[in-house]
Design a protein around this ligand. Structure first.
Ligand code: HAM
Length: 426
């Protein structure tokens, strides 16, 4: 039997309901922030991610799905959403419009990682990016969106961790301090970290292989190398979070796995032991140089992405995933083959008036049809026979109470509207 590729999954049943639900809740919420929905291609030129996400990151050096298309171009399945949105922002000259511009997206991302619970090779992100303001208000607003979204969903056991990576000047001083610190340990660091040492020593702090070495725990901290501007920026972000009553902790170990961040970075983690390192439900931060690095003007950005599968696991863990398919309003079947045309018309009219309808396509027995109506949790059943077609008086059966009503076809919509209202009140 042909099987799905390793690290992927199919979306159907409860998972599809939950994903649609998350998209709906998020799109309603994000509209309040005046953000607009974006979709960008699932593959882009490989160069975009090399320049955007960064050559020394695990994502680009080990995890991308790269291929040559038939025109011999180097292409990559997007490992994340930010680089594509930035490319779109530049290519469509959106920077010439009124800024700040807020964008959101939901779609699949691809990373060649070792699959396990909460870690897939094709996974979904819900993301947000805002372009055009250096103001720390926007860092705090960005964090507040994730916080408010998780609150709306009812999640309790989540924590917001924030940190700052400072501006370019602070970063350079910090890089130097890290190089001085790690130099004596080069023999003990893994091969990747030896490469990172030269190109981007900050990445060493993010290494999964070397994480448990004692000397990692005593490495210099960014907070000790922040210049005045960076310190002030971070301090204002915290003030604004306090003003919105958002709980957070400053955690100086957060460096994030992508190269583009400046100033504020944050992660939202679920307090669930079994999740291991998959407990990071969302991550993001400010990226003041990314637009320019990808070839655009100097426009700052800030954003986040939420891992949908991990969010679903957390919701399930807290028992917040009890949504069910909407029941069918009316199930219609015929007493014989002869009523099929009439049923087609009736179902079409009722659907056009907003009712959820299912019908019997195969002229099954009464018994089978009532079984199917029960299975679909249908609220009403209508059986069409010769008599009904002739008299225009239909028998409408409440499938729960088994009560029967005689309803003139011209009164049917009004009747269903009223009676279905009673169900909603139950
Ligand atoms: P990221 O931290 O690489 O950031 O990913 C964001 C979230 O995607 C993670 O916190 C996690 O929940 C989820 N995720 C990542 N990899 C996987 C995987 N293999 N399987 C399942 N879920 C995964 C970014 O992608 C940035 N673009 C976020 C951002 C937007 N920063 C600024 N703007």
């Amino acid at each position: 039997m042909l099987q799905k590729p390793k690290g992927t999954y199919d979306i159907y049943g409860k998972r599809s309901l939950m994903m649609n639900y998350l998209k709906e809740v998020f799109s309603n919420l994000i509209d309040k922030y005046n953000a607009s929905y974006f979709e960008t291609p699932m593959f882009e030129s490989s160069e975009l991610f090399h320049r955007g996400v960064g050559e020394t990151t695990d994502i680009v050096s080990k995890e991308t799905y790269d291929f040559k298309d038939r025109g011999d171009r180097n292409m990559t399945l997007r490992p994340e959403g930010t680089a594509g949105i930035v490319r779109s922002f530049i290519e469509n000259k959106l920077y010439a419009e009124s800024l700040p511009l807020k964008a959101w997206y939901m779609g699949p991302m691809f990373r060649y990682e070792r699959p396990q619970a909460g870690r897939y090779r094709e996974f979904y992100q819900i993301g947000f990016e805002c372009f055009g303001t250096y103001d720390p208000m926007m860092d705090a607003e960005t964090i507040s969106i994730v916080y408010n979204f998780f609150n709306l969903l009812g999640l309790k056991g989540v924590k917001v961790n924030i940190n700052t990576l400072g501006d370019k000047e602070s970063r350079e001083m910090y890089h130097k301090a890290l190089m001085d610190y790690f130099k004596p340990y080069l023999n003990e660091l893994c091969d990747d970290c030896n490469r990172r040492f030269e190109k981007n020593p900050l990445r060493i702090l993010d290494c999964k292989v070397d994480a448990d070495n004692d000397f990692m725990k005593c490495a210099p901290r960014m907070t000790d190398y922040l210049n005045e501007v960076s310190r002030e920026h971070f301090s204002l972000v915290k003030n604004y979070l306090d003003a919105m009553n958002i709980d957070y902790e400053v955690n100086s170990n957060i460096v994030r796995g992508l190269d583009y961040y400046t100033h504020t970075v944050f992660e939202v983690v679920a307090d669930i032991k079994d999740f291991g390192s998959q407990n990071v439900l969302a991550g993001g931060g400010r990226y003041n140089n990314l637009v320019e690095n990808i070839g655009g003007p100097s426009v700052p950005g800030v954003g986040f992405a939420i891992g949908v599968e991990r969010l679903l696991l957390a919701l399930e863990y807290e028992g917040l995933d009890n949504i069910e398919f909407n029941p069918v309003d009316v199930y219609i079947f015929g007493a014989s083959e002869n009523e099929k045309e009439y049923i087609m018309k009736l179902a079409n009219d009722l659907r056009g008036n907003g009712f959820k309808i299912d019908v019997d396509y195969e002229s099954k027995s009464f018994k089978n049809n009532f079984k199917r109506a029960d299975k679909l949790n249908s609220r009403f059943v209508i059986i069409i026979g010769e008599e009904e077609v002739k008299t225009k008086i239909l028998t409408v059966k409440n499938n729960k109470t088994k009560e029967e009503y005689k309803v003139n076809i011209d009164e049917l919509i009004k009747f269903l509207d009223e009676k279905l209202g009673d169900f909603d009140e139950d």
